[in-house]
Design a protein around this ligand. Sequence first.
Ligand SMILES: Nc1ncnc2c1ncn2[C@@H]1O[C@H](COP(=O)(O)OP(=O)(O)OP(=O)(O)O)[C@@H](O)[C@H]1O
Ligand SMILES: [Mg+2]
Length: 311
Amino acid sequence: MPNLPALEITDLRKTYDNGVEALKGVSLRVEPGDFYALLGPNGAGKSTLIGITSSLVNKSAGEVKVFGVDLHANRSEAMRLVGLVPQEINFNMFEQPLDILVNYAGFYGIPRAEALVRAEEELKKAQLWDKARKMSRTLSGGMKRRLMIARAMMTRPKLLILDEPTAGVDIEIRRGMWKTLKEVNAAGTTVILTTHYLEEAESLCRNLAIIDKGRIIEQGPMKTLLAKLDVEGFLLDIDGTLPATLPTIEGATLLAEDAHTLDIEMPREMDLNRVFAALAAANIRVRSMRTKSNRLEELFVRLTGQPEQAA
Ligand SMILES: Nc1ncnc2c1ncn2[C@@H]1O[C@H](COP(=O)(O)OP(=O)(O)OP(=O)(O)O)[C@@H](O)[C@H]1O
Ligand SMILES: [Mg+2]
């Protein structure tokens, strides 16, 4: 049992009634205890994949197993193992957090006495215990998001799936949620999330899949994928104005971003000193330097041909 994958998807296909082929044969495997990211541009098929895994959407073909339980053959057993945090806040704003949690547990057949115990535990973990009896409408955006996670945790899922849990929330709330999710994962729950924030994937997840137009185009450990990037980009702020003709530095590509900013791309192993020496020789004085883009962003653009945007 301990070695069964948390999620094993084999050749999953989904064609919607309108003929859209949202998944064109996706296979992936998420190990128990993992923190896994699903990245992809709009319309890639991420929500479809998550919808199928959490039994909200019917697959067209393929196989999905959650901790070895086949979703098709044993739907209710598989559902008990999965907790879902949908993208949109979908609890009743006029209910109180405690009731939201207890009622949710009720749908899953958890007796009320047990549900009350769990609700207190989850609300405390989510730092919402003092809000247990407030109308949830009065919670802040970040609190509402944490309540969504607390609710999904009521059934003690072994696999927690979140569809863009931090879309559109400010950086402070996002950081708070990262902390919550890290704690959930550290306590043994396998976590899968989709995100539009590459920084989020990079700081939280150990493994990832990049999905595009219904196909997985890259998957593996975050570190391995990032190591594939052999090119690094920098923006250099220049003292004064750049000359009309830029110097040639073998192996590097130089581009004037504007009169005072030099865009430079070079192999990762290239010696920066050589670059600075060549610039100095051309009378270009560098005042400051920053990395051009998030490395995952670079990988993403290279694979899908489009920049990922904050949704
Ligand atoms: N219920 C539906 N009926 C018909 N087509 C759908 C339905 N849901 C999604 N699609 C289509 O399936 C494709 C994949 O959509 P999906 O929502 O899975 O993408 P996504 O990766 O979650 O995108 P986003 O990042 O925008 O949320 C899209 O072309 C979409 O228009
Ligand atoms: Mg989606």
